[in-house]
Ligand binder design. Sequence first.
Ligand code: AMP
Ligand code: ZN
Length: 445
Amino acid sequence: LEGNRVRMYTCGPTVYDFAHVGNFRAYVFEDLLRRWLRLRGYEVLQVMNLTDVDDKTIRGAQAEGISLRAYTDRYAKAFFEDLDTLNIERAEIYPRATDHIPEMLDLIERLVDSGHAYRADGAVYFSITSFPKYGALSGMKLDEVLAGARVDQDEYDKADARDFALWKEAKEGEPYWQGPFGPGRPGWHIECSAMSMKYLGPSFDIHTGGVDNIFPHHENEIAQSEAATGQRFVNFWLHCHHLVVEGEKMAKSKGNFYTLRDLIGQGHHPLAIRYFLLSGHYRHPLNLTQEALVQSRAALQRLWDFRDRLEREAGAAQSHPEVLAILERTQQEFIEGGDDDLNIPRALGALFDMVREVNTALDNRLVAKAESQRARSMLRDFDRVLGLIETERETVEERILLLIREREEARRQGDFAAADRIRQQLQSEGIVLEDTPEGTRWKRA
Ligand code: AMP
Ligand code: ZN
C-alpha cells in the first residue's frame, strides 16, 4: 500500500504454556515471508501480538495462585527464547493484549454506536448479520446462520457461526477491567483488530496465521475492523497449513504435540528443526516424523560442508564457463522459487542442485577463486532467508547453554537420569561439562 514498505500482522501465541512445534511451523513460515520480502528490497514492519488474557491463561494463573502477569511473563519469556533457538527474526513490535484494553474498548464502543454490536447479559456481542460480507474469507453462507444466536467461547466451528463476544462479563475470581460496559475482559478476536490497527493503520498489506485461524478468528477480525472503519482491513491473507503427526493436526488438545524443548531434548539440532519446518511449502500439510528430522540434519550438514569446502578449496587457475553457468542458473532459480508464492522448497531444490554440481566441479578442479567466492557470497545471500548456514557457528554455543540449563533444571527436580542423558549427549559431541560451585561450565574435549 505504501511504496516498498510492507505492513504485516501476525497472530502470535497465547502465552499459557510452551508453544509446540506446530505453532512454530506458523512462526517459521512468517519468518520466511518477512525475510523473503526483505531480501527482495522491501522494508517490513511486522506486528505480532501476545495473547496474555483468555480462558487458558486465566485458568493457569489461578491453578498456581499467581497473578496473570507473572504467569504469562514466564511463557512469553520462553517464547522469545524459542524464537532465538529457531533463528526466527524478531518482529518490530510485540504488543500484549492486556496493555491494550483501552484501544479494544474504544473499538467496541464504535461498533455499538454504529449498530454492529449490542449488549446482552453484561457482555457485548458482534452482530454478524449486520456485516453482509461476513463469511467471505472462509467461504461460508450467511443464510445458514442462526440470527441472534450467541457464542461466548473464543474458538468454535463454522457450523456454530454466531454473534460472538467482544466483551465478556467478569466472573467470580477472574481478572477484569472497568469500562463503559461494566467490569469484564475482552474476547480474543477484538484483540487482534485493535492491536493491528493501532500499529499498522486501518488498512495494511498482509495478515498471516495458520489455516485454523481462518474461521472464526480472521473472519471475525475482518468483520469487527471493517464494520468500524468502513475500509478494507487487509490486502493479502496468507495462511500456512498444519504440521501434522500421523495425519492429525498437532494440537495441545489432542495430546499429540512436542514442544521445541522436547525435540531438542531428544537430541535434534535446532537448525535441523528449522530446516524441517521450512522444507515444505506453506500451503501444504507437513508431516513430522523422526526420519524427516534425521534427513533434515543430513541436508543441513551438506550445506555446512559445502560452505566450508568453498572456503578451503579452489583449485583451478582460470575460470570455467560451465561453473559460471551453474551459479547464474542457481541465482535465477532460487529467486524465481521464492517469488512464486514463497516456494521455498523450489528455492532449496535449486540450492542443492548447485551444491551437487559445484562439488563435482571442485572434484575436477574446475573452480577458480573468483567462482568459489561468488558461490560463497550467494550462500550468504540465500541464507538471509534460510537462516541455516551462517549462524551455525554461533548457535552451537547457545544450544549448549540451553542444554546446560535443562540439565540443571532436571537435577533440581531430582531427575538424574535426564541430567545424565544431557551430559552424555554433549559428551558424544565432544563437549565436556564441569560442575563448579559457580555453576556448570563447558569446554571442548
Ligand atoms: P494458538 O496459540 O493456538 O493461537 O496458535 C498460534 C499459531 O500457531 C496460530 O497462528 C495457529 O494457526 C498456529 N498453529 C497451531 N497449531 C498448528 C499446527 N499444528 N500447524 C501449524 N500451525 C499451527
Ligand atoms: Zn489474531
